[in-house]
Design a protein around this ligand. Structure first.
Ligand code: NAD
Ligand code: MG
Length: 300
């Protein structure tokens, strides 16, 4: 992928490549981004901060790879210290992010663990409060997506794991974090184009994304008087590990994202500015909003 510059004007249709048949690949869940071809661009060499999150204390889930990694790198380059959550199997990806955050002169605190566990979610927030001295940004980016064509083949185990990872963890983390949040804090959830246009092979996953939009709008109203804002980012097809670990049927990866209006898949680096905007005080009058970054697909 060519070298990027976020401040340079360029044609978004050709800024990043279209998917090709060489993109067909598979790994077991949760997968490693460093083993993907091509390796997604999470802004490692390109994201430049302008001090918008100076002194902030952020928790990012799914921070090892993909969209969470792009958000964690951007937060650090904007001046925030970051607590990173990911699964223990993803240590190789996480170590790269930790190095990048430290190179930006910020604190990186690694807290690997499974968000399907309520106690772990509470512990993650507690650790952030202890290690960073508080929490003012919670970016819930972790997610589980498994493609299954037929409802008859969706196991209760999968349905439960998808709901636990994508919805219950969100509830547990928000519940624990809000207690510690001061006015000016921001929660950013991760929805999807699937919330409005569900693919038939993503029944359980798409259901969780609609729930996340709804949860975001309800919680935003509930905590507004505390000075806490709650928003969501809704990505379209973005080239990340989740897609090559069973998130899509392998054949579909050959043309992944090519049917969007912009004609190509998005890259994680293109999601980071949305998280930064919603985390920073630039979005002081924005709450309960879903910011769609989906390659130009109209949304309700
Ligand atoms: P990714 O695989 O790089 O990141 C997902 C992360 O979720 C993993 O790195 C892992 O650390 C974390 N995770 C999964 N299960 C977990 C568990 N039980 N405990 C702790 N962490 C767990 O893929 P991504 O595309 O960057 O995904 C990030 C978010 O973006 C997800 O919520 C996904 O639904 C959402 N999203 C992705 C796309 C896309 O096309 N890639 C589109 C819309 C929404
Ligand atoms: Mg990962």
């Amino acid at each position: 992928m060519k070298e990027q510059d976020q401040f340079m004007i360029q044609d978004p249709t050709s800024q990043y490549p279209k998917a090709t048949p060489e993109w067909k690949q598979q790994q077991p869940e949760p997968g490693l981004q460093c083993k993907m071809t091509p390796v997604p661009d999470a802004g490692e060499t390109s994201y430049r901060g302008t001090g918008r999150l100076k002194g902030r204390k952020a928790v990012v889930t799914g921070a090892d790879s993909g969209i969470g990694r792009a958000a964690a790198i951007a937060f650090a380059r904007e001046g925030a210290d970051v607590v990173l959550n990911y699964l223990p199997e993803e240590e190789a990806d996480a170590q790269e992010v930790i190095r990048i955050i430290e190179e930006a002169g910020q604190k990186a605190v690694a807290v690997p663990g499974d968000l399907k566990d309520e106690q772990f979610c509470e512990q993650l927030i507690q650790t952030a409060v202890e290690k960073l001295g508080g929490i003012d940004i919670l970016a819930n980016v972790a997610g589980k997506q498994q493609s299954v064509e037929n409802i008859a083949d969706i196991t209760t185990e999968q349905f439960d794991a998808t709901l636990k990872t994508n919805v219950y963890a969100l509830f547990w983390l928000c519940k624990a974090a809000i207690k510690h949040m001061k006015p000016g804090s921001s929660i950013i959830n991760t929805s999807s184009i699937q919330a409005y246009n569900p693919s038939p092979n993503l029944l359980d996953y798409a259901t969780t994304k609609a729930a996340i939009n709804n949860f975001t709008k309800g919680l935003a109203q509930q905590v507004a008087s505390k000075g806490i804002r709650v928003n969501a980012v809704a990505p379209g097809p973005v080239w990340t590990a989740i897609q090559v670990v069973g998130g899509q049927p392998v054949e579909k990866l050959a043309e992944f994202g090519n049917s969007t209006s912009l004609g190509r898949p998005g890259q994680p680096a293109e999601m980071a500015p949305a998280y930064v905007f919603l985390a920073s005080h630039e979005s002081s009058y924005v709450s309960g909003e879903t910011l769609n970054a989906n390659g130009g697909t109209p949304t309700p």
